[in-house]
Design a protein around this ligand. Structure first.
Ligand SMILES: NC(=O)c1ccc[n+]([C@@H]2O[C@H](COP(=O)([O-])OP(=O)(O)OC[C@H]3O[C@@H](n4cnc5c(N)ncnc54)[C@H](OP(=O)(O)O)[C@@H]3O)[C@@H](O)[C@H]2O)c1
Length: 478
């Protein structure tokens, strides 16, 4: 199909983490009071947001005509992102389909260029893929993605299945700044899924749709739990993902086949050591502590799942739904690492790699961090000081790291995922020191980290094992 006519102005990519911004800086209406990501939105406000667009129709004849089957045309959003490029690569490897990728770019050539560069940066590009990838130039934040109605109609006839992975991933911006891409974009995805013919919709969510204050009592969250507790979701990003998922639940109740995949914290590739997501929260924690020369004492464990595991599992589970024999009855899947990693162990590895980092009480670390607040160039965490150090009345005056301490963080069960992966070789590997050294070596190689002053003896080994591929400088690709 010809997507050349659907040209939008290119949109500047939001870095995953930004310095604190006022609502007016982030595009919210100036009349609204400034909100930060942590400003609690009342449950009633969020529930009012979480309503299917009334212009969406669920035609009963189309719903009845739907039958699962092998897809020839796939629509994927967010393929230029960290997880999205892995989903694209998995879909290219495990299907014969043509993949229509929604991309923000000036034109189709620039869109293809962005996708090719991202695949290349992650050691995934093959020339044979060129004919199977079709960039669709558009924006999730625009009605019909900014496409003409005729082009949207053509797309809705062509596409057989949707993987909706694109979203602004930002822990600082408020809900109002994320709504257009993360929530309104999902409504437009449902429009595509229901227009002309019914298409199964695979949605990439996050386990932190269960990130409400009341979940921080160490409870176990099962994949089939209801999304009923929206009050005091900790960030605008969690709120936007909760609202999008809640809307999708209503679409499912109207008959649309909707499957939800909820990753936890995603880290780099366990095979190649590439971790092409340096704007990410965890990458900033690592770099920021190295820059500070200090890390907090924190009684917390993290479930870190490598991106290759997350993407392989999602595509495998989604393709199971194409089976005409026995499609699964499961609709929600958690993509987490069952072997959690203690925060102090992670930092012991970083110290053993050669970075001098002092362990200090959390409160002292927060004071050190807050002193860096204005020094955006000097510390990767400068823009996150409020998020990491502010006491909030909505969390009984605990700071965000304290909320995750002493077993308060929710535990995520992943039985649906594990059961559905039985008989495959797809498994989430435990993260060990060798693996983590590979990531650190990669960060040095791409210039994200400086080499440690007294390198770990095995650094040279890690560097030579690591492929010499550099990540995309994305703006050049536009
Ligand atoms: N990374 C994690 O640890 C993690 C954990 C749990 C869940 N997730 C979920 O996984 C998905 C992917 O996350 P990620 O870490 O890969 O994020 P990412 O690297 O920031 O990628 C986000 C992707 O979404 C696209 N996008 C954002 N706004 C858009 C818009 N208005 N129109 C079109 N495309 C838009 C971006 O396009 P541009 O390149 O043009 O900006 C990019 O391709 C998200 O849904 C996220 O909620 C991620």
């Amino acid at each position: 199909m010809n997507t050349q006519t659907a040209i939008n102005e290119p949109v500047v990519k939001e870095p995953a983490i930004r310095a604190e911004q006022t609502a007016s800086q982030t595009g919210a209406k100036p009349s609204q009071p400034p909100r930060t990501a942590a400003t609690p939105i009342r449950r009633t406000d969020l529930e009012r947001e979480a309503v299917l667009d009334p212009t969406l129709t669920f035609d009963s004849a189309l719903l009845q005509a739907y039958k699962p089957g092998i897809s020839k045309s796939i629509f994927l959003t967010g393929a230029t992102g960290f997880l999205g490029v892995y989903l694209l690569s998995e879909l290219l490897q495990h299907t014969q389909a043509t993949i229509y990728c929604l991309v923000r770019a000036a034109d189709q050539a620039a869109g293809m260029n962005r996708l090719q560069r991202k695949l290349t940066a992650n050691a995934m590009w093959q020339e044979a893929y060129r004919n199977r990838i079709i960039p669709v130039i558009g924006d999730l934040a625009e009605p019909l993605f900014g496409l003409t109605p005729a082009l949207f109609q053509e797309l809705s006839e062509q596409i057989d299945v949707i993987y909706h992975n694109g979203a602004i991933v930002n822990f600082v911006q408020p809900y109002t700044a994320l709504k257009a891409s993360n929530v309104d974009g999902t409504q437009e995805i449902i429009r595509l899924a229901t227009q002309s013919k019914i298409k199964p919709l695979h949605y990439i969510s996050t386990v932190f749709v269960f990130g409400a204050r009341k979940h921080f009592d160490g409870r176990i969250i099962y994949e089939d739990n209801d999304l009923d507790e929206s009050e005091e979701l900790l960030m605008g990003y969690f709120q936007s993902k909760w609202v999008a998922e809640k809307i999708l639940t209503q679409a499912r109740a109207r008959g649309l086949p909707v499957f939800v995949f909820r990753p936890g914290l995603i880290i780099g590739d366990s095979q190649t050591g590439i971790w092409d997501n340096t704007d990410d929260f965890l990458c900033r924690i690592i770099k920021g502590c190295i820059q500070l020369g200090a890390r907090p004492t924190l009684e917390a464990a993290w479930d870190l799942a490598p991106v290759d595991y997350v993407s392989k599992a999602i595509v495998h589970l989604a393709l199971q739904q194409e089976s005409t024999k026995a499609p699964s009855t499961k609709t929600a899947f958690h993509l987490i690492n069952s072997s959690s990693l203690h925060f102090s162990e992670l930092f012991n590895w970083i110290q053993m790699f050669g970075y001098p980092i002092q362990e200090v009480p959390l409160k002292d670390w927060q004071v050190k961090l807050t002193a860096q607040r204005a020094k955006i160039q000097a510390n990767a965490l400068a823009g996150l000081t409020l998020l990491l150090a502010r006491r909030r009345s909505s969390t009984e005056h605990l700071t965000l790291p304290e909320l995750f301490e002493h077993g308060r963080a929710p535990q995520f069960d992943c039985q649906n995922t594990l059961e559905s992966l039985v008989g495959t070789s797809i498994a989430c590997p435990p993260i060990d020191q060798k693996q983590f050294s590979q990531f650190l070596a990669y960060f040095i190689q791409i210039g994200f980290l400086e080499a440690p002053p007294t390198p770990f003896a095995d650094l040279q080994d890690s560097l030579t094992q690591n492929p010499t591929r550099l990540p995309t400088t994305d703006n050049e690709a536009r």
